[in-house]
Design a protein around this ligand. Structure first.
Ligand SMILES: [Zn+2]
Length: 338
């Protein structure tokens, strides 16, 4: 550790739980953050300030004005230029702590790329907004014995829980299936920036403890910043019948359970199209007679009232203005090609 590091991290080094040895471990740690929205952007800023040496930030989305109320790393200019969140986050983190090596990945976490994206990190933090991706993370983490920390928030309520494969119950022990029926989302119920910050802060504290000491009491924390109430309970014991950590079946990892996703917080559907490279310049020319087109090096936005399509060079598209997967697929087929 350099004298500059000692000065910079002096308040953490003075903290008995971390000390100089713990700080050294943080500086050589690699954490992946999946989803860089309200939870993920807080986690990323906090871990960068704490001196975690390497961060991989994975996000498929771009910054919008409606994100700025709670997504700590982003600014008006990021929304105005529709910058991908992973890129805007990398830029902001570079200004916060230039000593941290940040990799921003503009992609959806999928069975086909999860090994490449999460293979090198020691710990995974959940900043996603959907059960499907969490089951994928859980399958991957359990199969490789890698810890991850679940977090979720909506309205004024949030919950967080570490998963320590081999030690604690896993995500599927606690949530065997995704909840059925309509659930409150950030779009229907809103969300306070204080609950996302509080949940992300607990995830970060658990992350630091795990990275510095290797030890963590697996507890579920439930918190409501508006109605009041903080509850912590021990994780239930592992379920020997759990498909993931009991029977070691990983259907999410093999892609058997994959489907298009409706995004939280927006009236939108994402279409996954794998291994398809799009020439955005060519597409821009083709779409221009049909509606307004805006493009930058990271993506193209096409306005076709009442819909708005954002198309990425890897063939993914986010269709805004509908939650109907069929409508989204049909627009994709119509304008990009099936
Ligand atoms: Zn389990």
């Amino acid at each position: 550790m350099t004298p500059a590091d000692r000065e910079r991290y002096s308040r953490q080094i003075s903290f008995a739980g971390i000390g100089e040895e713990g700080q050294r471990k943080l500086l050589s740690s690699h954490v992946a953050i999946v989803g860089c929205g309200a939870l993920g952007s807080f986690q990323a800023a906090s871990l960068a300030r704490a001196g975690v040496g390497r961060l991989t930030i994975i996000d498929r989305d771009y910054v919008e004005a409606g994100n700025l109320q709670r997504q700590w790393l982003f600014e008006e200019a990021d929304a105005a230029s529709a910058l991908p969140k992973a890129i805007a986050a990398r830029n902001a983190l570079g200004r916060i702590n230039s000593g941290v090596r940040v990799t921003g990945v503009v992609a959806d976490l999928e069975p086909s790329n999860i090994g490449d994206l999460l293979g090198e990190c020691a710990l995974i933090l959940d900043g996603t907004d959907n059960f499907e991706t969490r089951y994928l993370i859980n399958d991957y983490a359990v199969s490789w014995g890698k810890p991850w920390i679940y977090g979720a928030a909506v309205g004024s309520y949030g919950v967080t829980m570490p998963v320590l494969p081999g030690q604690s119950a896993c995500f599927r022990c606690v949530y065997p299936e995704a909840p059925a029926g309509p659930q409150p989302t950030c779009e229907t119920a809103g969300v306070l920036n204080s609950i996302t910050g509080a949940i992300a802060a607990i995830q970060v504290a658990d992350a630091l403890k795990l990275l510095c000491t290797g030890l963590l009491d697996p507890r579920i924390t439930m918190l409501d910043v508006w109605k009041g109430g903080v509850r912590q309970i021990e994780l239930p014991p592992r379920d020997p019948e759990c498909p993931a950590c009991g029977k070691r079946e990983f259907p999410h990892l093999t892609g058997e359970r994959r489907a298009p996703i409706s995004l939280c917080g927006r009236n939108a559907v994402q279409i996954h199209e794998r291994s398809r490279t799009l020439d955005l310049e060519d597409l821009k020319v083709r779409l221009a007679p049909l509606g307004e087109v805006r493009a930058n090096e990271f993506g193209l936005r096409f306005f076709y009232q009442p819909y708005e399509m954002t198309i990425f060079p890897d063939g993914r598209a986010i269709v805004k203005g509908t939650t109907d997967v069929g409508v989204a697929r049909s627009l994709y087929a119509r304008f990009i090609g099936a």
